[in-house]
Design a protein around this ligand. Sequence first.
Ligand SMILES: *Cc1c(COP(=O)(O)O)cnc(C)c1O
Ligand SMILES: [Zn+2]
Length: 374
Amino acid sequence: MEFACIDCGEKYPPREPRWRCVCGGPLEVAPNAIFSRESLAKRPATLWRYREAIPIEDDTNVVTMDEGMTPLVPLAFGGAEILCKLDFLFPTGSFKDRGATVLMSKMKEWGLAQVLMDSSGNAAAAVAAYAARAGIECDIYAPASTSPAKCAQITAYGANLHKIPGPRAASTAVAMEAAKERFYASHFWNPWFNHGTKTWAFEVWEQLGFKAPDAVVAPAGHGSALLGAYLGFSELLRAGYIDELPKIFAAQAARCAPMVRMWEENLGTVPEITPEDTIAEGISIAAPVRWKQMREAVRESGGGFVAVQDETIPPLLRAFGAKGVLMEPTSAVPFAALALLKEQGKVKQSDSVVVPVTGHGLKAADKLEKLMGD
Ligand SMILES: *Cc1c(COP(=O)(O)O)cnc(C)c1O
Ligand SMILES: [Zn+2]
C-alpha cells in the first residue's frame, strides 16, 4: 500500500499518523488488493464485505456498525427511470458513515486518543459517532449556521462541538489552528475517508449484476461522493470487473461552484471565489482541497461539472417527497443537475443513471419545513 503526496510524489510510511505532505499537498493511498467476485456471495451485507480493498491493516481495528449495502431503488424522473442509491440509510443519516467507518478505523489503528475536525455537519456527525464507537475523544468545528439536528447529533455522540461564526471556511481555519495540538481527522485531507465512500460504487456494481451504470451524478463539495465513485469504479476497471468507467458528473450549487468555473473556463487551478449562501449547505465548499483529483476523475470518465440554481431545489424536494423519499436540500442538487444534463443531451433517456441520495431529510427538518411552506 502506497501513501504518497498527489502534488510532489513524496512517500510516507502508512503506519505513521499524517494528514498532509510537508509540501502542503494532499495525500492519497493506493491499496494493492481487491476482493474476488466469487467470495462476495458468502459475506454479510455491509460495506466491509469489500475488506481487501479497504486500507486497514488489522481486523481488530475495524470500527463498524455493520453499515452499508443501501437500497438501489428505481424511480421515475424526467420521463425515464433512474436508480436512486438510498445512501441516507446509515446510522447517522448520511453517506458520510461510509468514510467515517474507515477513517476512524485508521485513527484507531494509529493509536490516536484524541482527534478534531471541521465539517458543515454530516461529516462531523459521522466522525463523532464512529469516534464514540472507537473510544476516541473528538472535537468538532462547524459553522454556527449548521442545521440544529446535525448539532444535536454531534453533541449526543459525546463530541465537543465548537460553533464557529462566519462562512464554512472559517471553521476550517480554526480547526487547522487547533490541529497544531491534536490530530486533524479531516474527512477531506485524510485519504482513508474516500476509500470508505468508494464502497458505494462497489455496491452499485453488485446490485446491477456486476455491471457499471452508464452515468452517475453526485453532489460535490470536497468530493467524497465523487472521488468515492471514481476510486471504486477505477479499482473495478483495473481488476477487469468492468469494461469502462461510468461517466461521472459532479453537481455544485451555482452559489458556490468553484469546480464548475474551473471546468467551464478551462482554468489551470481552482479559482478563488466568493461563495454566496446556499440551501445546499452540505456542498458549500469554496476551496476544495482535492480539486486536481476531482478534475481528473471527471475528465477521465468523460463526465462534467454542472451548476444548479437554488430555486430548482424546493420543487425537487416536493417531487421526491411525493414518491416517499425525504432528502435534505443538498441531496436534491444532483437531480437538478441530471435534468440539465438531459436537456443538453449529455445524458440520454436510455442511459442507466445512478444518483446517490446523500442525506436524510430529517437532518434539515427546520429548513424543509420552511421550504415546503413556500
Ligand atoms: C458532505 C455531503 C455531500 C458532499 O460531500 P463532499 O465530500 O463535500 O463532496 C453531499 N451531500 C450531503 C448531504 C453531504 O453531507
Ligand atoms: Zn507533497
